[in-house]
Design a protein around this ligand. Structure first.
Ligand SMILES: Nc1ncnc2c1ncn2[C@@H]1O[C@H](COP(=O)(O)OP(=O)(O)O)[C@@H](O)[C@H]1O
Ligand SMILES: [Mg+2]
Length: 264
């Protein structure tokens, strides 16, 4: 399901302390593709994702989901770095929470929850509690909790940023596998260039604040992908190109901070 973002701006606070987080952002996120949103910290990546997910309204502009008949948020599910699992609920009760809210019977949601847990490599862990799991396993629970809703759009805001390097690699490959099977429309926010190239069909590079779109890069690397891709010349070429773009933006962001400090 495609997402059309037109002239979206987001301004926080009132003058003279206004923060322009997004400035006339326009992009068509293609249906059933993975688009990575890449940019320096504070450039508005989370803000854009929250607006698309219907979690916060925008100051100006328009978002159209699919043919425009569906309301914002109704077709998507969000996944963050902080998992917000309920510590007092078992793993399967966490995964099935969305179905419980939707009024699905206990037997049905437990069965579905167990199936999804198996599909993310957690067969047999349904009766555990979040505290009994490793960070990577908890991340899988959060992924299963998002997938159980079977929404056509998956919004992921730096979901793997807090994981150790090895677990992150495993989770990235897990996501690639899930995507190949489900072909959802995925928006994946990251500040890691290698992650963006590995996962994305397309990379939207944002500028430092105010967040605008600096460049859109098509990633033409074959699927299904795996970590082996990282060593190839094609990967290296893309990495170098994007690094150059990002370096400019990080320098701009640092210059802005220097100005702010000088003015205060
Ligand atoms: N609710 C808010 N109120 C005021 N400023 C905010 C709010 N949310 C985000 N911002 C500011 O908007 C800018 C973009 O934030 P964010 O979207 O979180 O960036 P990113 O996810 O790219 O790191 C930042 O300068 C941030 O401080
Ligand atoms: Mg963010």
């Amino acid at each position: 399901m495609e997402i059309l973002v037109e002239n979206v701006s987001q301004i926080f606070g009132a003058a003279p302390h206004q923060v322009v987080a997004l400035d006339h952002v326009t992009h068509r996120f293609p249906s059933q593709k993975v688009t990575c949103i890449l940019g320096p910290s504070g450039c508005g990546k989370s803000t854009l994702t929250q607006i698309i997910g219907g979690i916060e309204p925008c100051s100006a502009g328009q978002i159209t989901i699919g043919d425009g008949r569906a309301g914002l948020g109704s077709q998507s599910v969000m996944m963050w770095q902080s998992l917000n699992l309920f510590p007092w609920r078992s793993v399967v009760e966490n995964v099935a929470f969305g179905l419980e809210v939707a009024g699905v019977s206990k037997a049905e949601r437990t069965e579905k929850g167990k199936k999804l847990l198996a599909s993310v490599g957690l067969r047999g862990f349904h009766d555990h509690y979040p505290r009994q799991l490793s960070g990577g396993m908890r991340q899988r629970v959060a992924l299963a909790r998002a997938l159980i809703l079977e929404r056509p759009i998956l919004l992921m805001d730096e979901p793997f940023a807090a994981l150790d390097a090895q677990t992150k690699i495993v989770m990235q490959e897990e996501l690639i596998r899930i995507y190949e099977a489900s072909k959802q429309t995925i928006l994946f926010v990251t500040h890691a260039i290698d992650e963006a190239i590995l996962l994305g069909d397309e990379i939207v590079v944002m500028t430092a604040r105010p967040g605008r779109i600096k460049d859109v890069i098509t990633v033409d690397l074959p699927r299904p992908r795996s970590q082996e891709l990282v060593g190839t010349p094609e990967f290296g070429k893309l990495y170098k190109y994007i690094l150059h773009l990002i370096r400019e933006e990080v320098q701009n962001a640092m210059a802005q901070e220097d100005l702010a400090v000088a003015a205060s």
